[in-house]
Structures are given as C-alpha cells and as structure tokens.
Design a protein around this ligand. Structure first.
Ligand code: 13P
Length: 338
C-alpha cells in the first residue's frame, strides 16, 4: 500500500477522528471575541498549546488540521507543534486554501481560491511535518442557488487541489460544505448535497485523483437553520447515509464530517446514528471544529487557571465522538458529564 493510502486510512481508523483547529487568524478572532480574549499571536499560540497538550487526546483524535501560523509555532517547552502532535500519536495536517471569495457574476455565491503556487507550498508543508491537507468549498442554498457554474467551479478547484496534494506527498481532505443557513427544507439540502458530491467526484476522477489516498469531509443532510419544519436526528442520519451511498465510491477509505454550526451534542448524535444504521463501505468519522472546541473555549476564557478545565472539556467531546464513530455513543454519557 502507498504511504498516502496508509495515512488516509490512519486518519479514520479505530473510531478516531480529526480535530479541525485550522481557523484563520480572522476566524479565531471571532471565537476569541465571544470570550473577550485579545486576538494576538501569543494568545492564539497559548490556546492551540492548551488543545494539543491535552493528555490522552490521541486516544480519540487521529489528526489535527493546523493553520499556516500554527504549523510554525511551538509549545511552551519549545517543541514545534507538529512534533508534539506526532509524539502523541496524532497526525499533523494543514489548511492550504486561501478562503472562499465572491464568485464573479454570481451574487451570493463563492469559490475557494489558493491554487496559485500550491505545489510549492505543499512541498514546504511536508518539510514542516504535515502529512495531510484541507481545502474547503462553500455551497450556499438560496433563491436560484447554487448555480451549476458555482458547483462546477468549486468541484474543479477541489479536484485540482487534491491532485496537487497527492503529487506533492499530502493526503487531501476534500471538503464540499453545503451551508446550513437558510430557510430551505431537508429535501432541498439532500438534492443539493447529492448534486455537489456528484460534481466533486466527477472532477476528482477527471484530475486523476486517487480515491484511496483521500478523505471526504462533507456536511450532513439537514434542515436549513431557518426552516420552520426541522427534521429529527434519525431522519438526518438516514438521509445523509443514503446520499453518501449514492455518491461516494467504496474506494474512499473514510468520510469525516464537518459540524457546520450544529450543537456539539447533536453533531455527536447524528454521527452515532449513522454508524448504528450500519454505516457504509467507508469509515464514518468526524472532523469537527466548533463541535469539538466550543466547550473548551468557553471553559478556558483566556485564563491560565482554567487550562485544566478546558482540556477536560475537549477530552470529553473527543471521547464522545470516538464512541459515535463506532456507533456506541449514549446521550446519558453527556448528561452525566454536565
Ligand atoms: P466546523 O466543524 O466548525 O464546521 O469546522 C470544520 C472545518 O474544518 C470547516 O472547514
């Protein structure tokens, strides 16, 4: 088996999943604002240090997605973050996209940029210790959206990115995110998700991407946040699984969901239900950002005295999601902890 296929499998094996800690400096600033922490480099470093030095994290977390600045930072004792993670049995990864930008002539739609110079950046990230990468495409649902042009532009960029990663020694996480915001029904979300995934896999095949050497990071099939009729958790699980089975080839080793603004416990519950339904030919795991970090951020509040409490909160969420990734989560476990 190739090294990239081995890494891709390791990212989703044994019920472990991925911690997305790759917020850009702008995005982490928004998270810090809510807990009144100043968005300066040392605070960003201290927060990531807290996350990555959590004892036992490696039992539930297979990999961490880092941001460019974080990949180059060090723990308080001087150990570079990628080295620290590897020591704890966690694979370091890196966000390589340059963010979603307005798609010309398509108001309300976006396309992710960052292909220029990507091969050279990937080669440098490998020397800094990264083993996998992430690129997020944003698909908005609304009146007349998404357009065919938006879906194909994003699928093409995802596929070009994935090919460049594989050519330069990184496993690509391919992330087409159908955004939850809006008053659309779960039916619409299912239709758009299926369309987006078909376009994405067609583009991946056209760019000769090896399906064995990638991980898919999709959104779940879920009601729009402002939809009057909210589908229940079991329906979300059934429709998401059905859609993935229609679109994702069995050669893909794993699917690691994003949380996309779902509450932490709901994101865990949905994943658990899909695995209790029997999953699919691929591993079904998580690559959560907010759904793993929210309780930890709140517990921390920027105070050194709260580091242990924040680490306990992160560890708990990671453990709950590991159970969900093998279909053995029980919501009572969350109630007992709070
Ligand atoms: P959320 O789980 O907060 O959606 O973040 C995952 C991620 O990496 C988005 O690109």
């Amino acid at each position: 088996m190739s090294e990239l296929a081995r890494v891709a499998q390791a990212m989703v094996a044994g019920g472990r999943g991925i911690l997305a800690a790759d917020e850009s400096n702008g995005t982490i600033g928004k998270r810090f604002e809510r807990i009144a922490v100043e968005n300066v480099e040392e605070n960003r470093r201290a927060y990531r240090d807290l996350l990555f030095t959590t004892a036992g994290l490696g039992e539930s977390i297979s990999g961490v997605i880092l941001y460019d600045e974080t990949l180059r930072q060090k723990s308080a004792d001087g150990t570079p973050f990628p080295v620290l993670l590897e020591r704890n049995g966690i694979i370091p990864g890196i966000k390589v996209d340059a963010g979603a930008k307005d798609l010309a002539l398509c108001p309300g739609e976006q396309v992710t940029e960052g292909l220029d110079g990507l091969a050279a950046r990937c080669a440098q990230y490998v020397t800094l210790g990264a083993k996998f990468a992430k690129w997020r495409a944003v698909i908005n649902i609304g009146k007349g959206m998404p357009s065919h042009g938006c879906l194909t532009a994003n699928a093409h960029a995802l596929a070009r990115y994935a090919a460049i990663c594989q050519a330069n020694g990184l496993v690509p996480i391919v992330e087409p995110e159908v955004i939850m915001d809006g008053d659309h029904s779960i039916d619409t979300c299912e239709r758009i998700t299926e369309w987006a995934l078909h376009e994405t896999f067609a583009a991946l095949v056209n760019q000769r991407v090896s399906l064995e050497q990638m991980v898919l990071k999709p959104s779940m099939v879920i009601s729009g946040t402002k939809c009057a009729q909210q589908a229940g958790a079991q329906e979300v699980a059934e429709r998401t699984l059905r859609t993935l089975k229609r679109c994702v080839p069995a050669a893909v080793p794993g699917i690691a969901f994003l949380s996309g603004g779902q509450s932490d416990e709901l994101a865990t519950d949905h994943l658990d239900r899909m695995n209790k339904l029997g999953g699919g030919p691929w591993k079904l795991s998580f690559s959560y950002g907010r759904a793993l970090q929210q309780p930890a951020l709140k517990a921390w509040g920027g105070k050194v005295a709260n580091v242990a409490a924040a680490q306990a909160a992160l560890l708990h969420r990671a453990q709950m999601n590991r159970l969900a990734a093998s279909g053995t989560y029980r919501s009572e476990l969350d109630r007992k902890a709070t």
